[in-house]
Design a protein around this ligand. Structure first.
Ligand SMILES: NC(=O)C1=CN([C@@H]2O[C@H](COP(=O)(O)OP(=O)(O)OC[C@H]3O[C@@H](n4cnc5c(N)ncnc54)[C@H](OP(=O)(O)O)[C@@H]3O)[C@@H](O)[C@H]2O)C=CC1
Ligand SMILES: N[C@@H](CC(=O)OP(=O)(O)O)C(=O)O
Length: 369
């Protein structure tokens, strides 16, 4: 019999990417989906399975009848509903994109190309909560998986270049508005021979500081700027986003000995792909070809980019990767300062492998158990 799956948060940014992927993979043929809403119960649901009415996402009685609930609604909803539902005795699988339950002992962070065995043993041991990892963590593990699997990583430092989408749909819109505002402030001058580039730059820098420049979501300009702060501050001077990398990566890898990972998370003016620059302290001095082979073989999605200008600008950029499941891995080289220090740059779509795809894939595993 087909399992009944409750979808919450299906019309949000992550939820829509999930639904789109499920349609592409014909996943709806194997399930009985029920669509919920926190704001519009009673309205028409998505036209995937024919006419259906949206159910109330706060209706515990109905949620209690689901075999599996998949939530892309966000942490606030999870915090509000999850415990209440479990208290009612609900024994179904809870699959979530939000971070709230990730580090709980009774949850598994899912990224099946990396931790399929943990997912299976979790299921066999009665775990019921499966949560997608932080986007930078999932994208890092997919890119560097081969190095972790071969026990080659001593420690890692990173700088991230995180897209506006990670902050939410309103932030993408704000970035575009900021870009438009800047363009409009100099559009008449761009083809004029009578104005110097420094005058144009001066106008741009002035308009960015105007009070009408849209910064409600980011609290600062992102167009023409970078923001080296994501999420809230922790007492140890990290941001929460930076803290997640070591914590979640070690949980996913189920390491016996903690692999230290730390760095700086930075918001940049791209739309939906996160890039990351890593310095990896290897345990062994490996040859370049050996490293490439190890990275390449770990999973189907890694795309090694040759370390030259044309390949890099064609293949190792957010615009090259956007909307695909590819994980571009390039600028691979040993640093001149030490033969065991490896430098790698990687790009992945943070709404696909960074958010929706790991939970889509675990859903497919769960419906078959
Ligand atoms: N953004 C990201 O990159 C990542 C997000 N996540 C997690 O997923 C959660 C959801 O994120 P995200 O998808 O960005 O959130 P969104 O803000 O896009 O959507 C969340 C919910 O907002 C409601 N909503 C209100 N107005 C609209 C509208 N105009 N269009 C669409 N939805 C609307 C919908 O609920 P309803 O239909 O009930 O009204 C929707 O499910 C996050 O809180 C985070 O925990 C995880 C990894 C990455
Ligand atoms: N914080 C990420 C997106 C995100 O939602 O992460 P998390 O799922 O860990 O809350 C970003 O801003 O790019």
């Amino acid at each position: 019999m087909k399992k009944t799956i409750g979808f919450i948060g299906w019309r949000g940014m992550v939820g829509s990417v999930l639904i789109q992927r499920m349609i592409e993979e014909n996943d709806f043929e194997n399930i009985n989906p029920i669509f919920f809403s926190t704001s519009q119960p009673g309205n028409l649901g998505p036209n995937i399975i024919g006419k259906n009415k949206l159910q109330d996402a706060y209706n515990l009685e109905l949620l209690n009848t689901m075999d599996i609930i998949i939530s892309c609604q966000g942490g606030e909803y999870t915090n509000f509903i999850y415990k209440k539902l479990r208290k009612l005795g609900w024994l179904g699988y809870w699959v979530d994109a939000a971070s709230s339950l990730r580090m709980k002992d009774d949850s598994i962070i899912v990224l099946d190309p990396i931790n399929l065995q943990s997912i299976y043993s979790g299921i066999n041991n009665g775990k019921k909560t499966f949560v997608g990892g932080n986007c930078t963590v999932s994208l890092m593990l997919l890119a560097l998986g081969g190095l972790f699997f071969n026990n080659l990583v001593d420690w890692i430092t990173f700088s991230t270049y995180q897209a506006a989408s990670g902050a939410g749909s309103k932030n993408i819109l704000e970035l575009i508005k900021q870009m438009g505002y800047l363009y409009n402030s100099v559009s008449d001058d761009l083809n004029s021979v009578n104005i110097s580039i420094l005058e144009i730059e001066k106008k741009i820098s002035k308009s960015i500081k105007e009070k009408n420049f849209p910064i409600k979501e980011f609290c600062a300009p992102l167009a023409g700027n970078v923001l080296p702060w994501i999420d809230y501050a922790l007492k140890n001077n990290q941001t929460k986003e930076e803290w997640k990398v070591q914590a979640e990566a070690n949980k996913i890898l189920d390491t016996n000995k903690l692999i230290p990972i730390d760095g700086t998370c930075v918001r940049v003016g791209t739309f939906r792909c996160h890039s990351q620059s890593f310095i990896i302290k290897l345990k062994k001095d490996l040859s370049y070809s050996n490293i490439i082979q190890i990275l390449q073989e770990q999973n189907h999605w890694v795309r090694i980019v040759p370390n030259n200008f044309q390949s890099t600008i064609n293949l190792l950029t957010p615009m090259a990767i956007t909307g695909t499941l590819n994980i571009s891995v390039g600028r691979i080289r040993k640093l001149n300062v030490h033969s065991k220090l490896l430098s790698i740059f990687t790009v992945g779509d943070q709404l696909l492998w960074g958010a929706a795809e790991p939970i889509r894939r675990v859903l497919m595993i769960l419906i078959n158990t």
